[in-house]
Design a protein around this ligand. Structure first.
Ligand code: CP3
Length: 345
């Protein structure tokens, strides 16, 4: 039962004996069993759209480390792909898309095949809701409109999202239309994930940190607020985690406006500030540095206890401040998992 799972209880703000945990990008290239399936599948996108493979890849870290939640294996860029934008993942380069940087290209996109295109992802969600151990919760996810738009406009990742920030200033009307399209398709996508068995949702806004305060409200807070409202008209009780990465103190207003159940905290934020300022507002998730998970040893152990000790009196889900990186030794993930599983408040 969803309501009895430790992770779900914590997202609802209930006090639990043990701190639940999972790691962003817990499935992926640091695991040899992932690399094996990835090779068999062909490309990364083939892996995402093959429900049997995507199900298996989602389960791999749970078997090794016994996390309290599994996150659907997919990518945030399946939404632009489903809207008709070309997408490929190139070795060593990351995602490559044909830029959508004017009204004409935006109008060439269409929602007509959205659910058709995404049906393998929905199938993965429904497979997982049957395959997961009873105590493990299933997290569905999507990218937030701003972060997805940065890839759509620029056609690839970028250091400071300058191209997209510039478009938002120079062609505000077109950019608003793009964000509106992403709000509606992302809402539908997430609702369909819950229909298929997702028990919680995370909305990744990885690049919100480069926006000035007013732009942050317009392109990060307001779109996520609308998505949360849309989801709750259909699924009023599904817990939603926001991740406005790099938001700093702006996270307070983000929580107040979007009314998310929890926020994921990046590595730049101090645990004392999180405890004193954020935890009274909602459940917090985070925020170990993924690089410590690479380096390991005593510094890693100390950092894990530091986070646990600081946040133990409020609602806390242990996680990283960003995703696991490929060079992470799996034994370090095991060490951290065991510390958390044995830690009592
Ligand atoms: O967390 C999980 O285990 C679930 C799966 C997941 C992936 N991507 C798998 C993936 C999730 C939740 C994401 C989210 C995602 N994707 C984000 C938001 C979170 C973040 O990391 O900031 C973003 C910005 C993307 C876009 C994306 N996908 C990029 C920039 C890249 C290339 C970078 C890289 O690490 O190579 C990807 C590829 C990707 N997504 C991989 C995985 C496992 C690696 C692909 C491979 O196997 O070659």
């Amino acid at each position: 039962m969803t309501d009895n799972k430790l992770f779900i209880k914590t997202l609802r703000g209930e006090k639990t004996d043990r701190v639940p945990f999972w790691f962003m990008r817990q499935a992926g290239r640091y695991l040899p069993e992932y690399m094996k399936l990835r090779k068999e599948a062909g490309s990364f996108l083939d892996l995402c759209y093959n429900s049997d493979f995507a199900t298996e890849v989602t389960l791999q870290p749970i078997r090794r480390f016994n996390m309290d939640a599994a996150i659907l294996f997919s990518d945030i860029l399946v939404i632009p792909h489903a809207l008709g934008q070309d997408l490929a993942f190139k070795q060593g380069e990351g995602p490559v898309l044909t830029p959508v940087d004017n009204l004409e290209k935006l109008e060439a996109l269409s929602t007509s095949k959205l659910h058709d295109h995404l049906s393998p992802v929905y199938k993965t969600v429904s497979n997982l809701s049957k395959a997961l151990p009873d105590h493990v919760a299933l997290i569905g996810f999507a990218g937030a409109p701003w972060t997805v738009a940065t890839y759509m406009v620029n056609g690839k990742g970028s250091k400071d999202q300058a191209e997209t920030r510039l478009m938002a200033y120079q062609d505000r009307e077109t950019f608003s239309k793009l964000i509106d399209l992403l709000v509606s398709s992302t809402s539908e996508y997430l609702i369909e994930q819950v229909n298929n068995g997702a028990e919680a949702l995370q909305i990744f806004d990885s690049w919100s940190g480069t926006l000035p305060a007013d732009e942050f409200i317009k392109w990060c807070v307001e779109p996520v607020q609308k998505i949360v409202e849309n989801i709750r008209t259909v699924h009023p009780d599904v817990p939603i985690i926001g991740f406005p990465k790099g938001a700093g103190a702006k996270i307070k207003n983000f929580i107040k406006k979007t009314k998310v159940n929890a926020v994921s905290i990046d590595t730049s934020t101090s645990c004392t500030w999180v405890r004193d300022v954020v935890q009274p507002l909602c459940t917090v998730q985070g925020n170990l540095d993924p690089l410590l998970l690479v380096s390991g040893g005593k510094p890693l152990e100390n950092a894990v206890y530091n986070i646990l000790d600081h946040l133990k009196d409020g609602s806390h889900v242990f996680n990283l401040g960003h995703g696991i990186i490929p060079q992470t030794p799996p034994e370090n993930v095991k060490m951290v998992s065991d510390i958390i599983l044995n830690y009592r408040r």
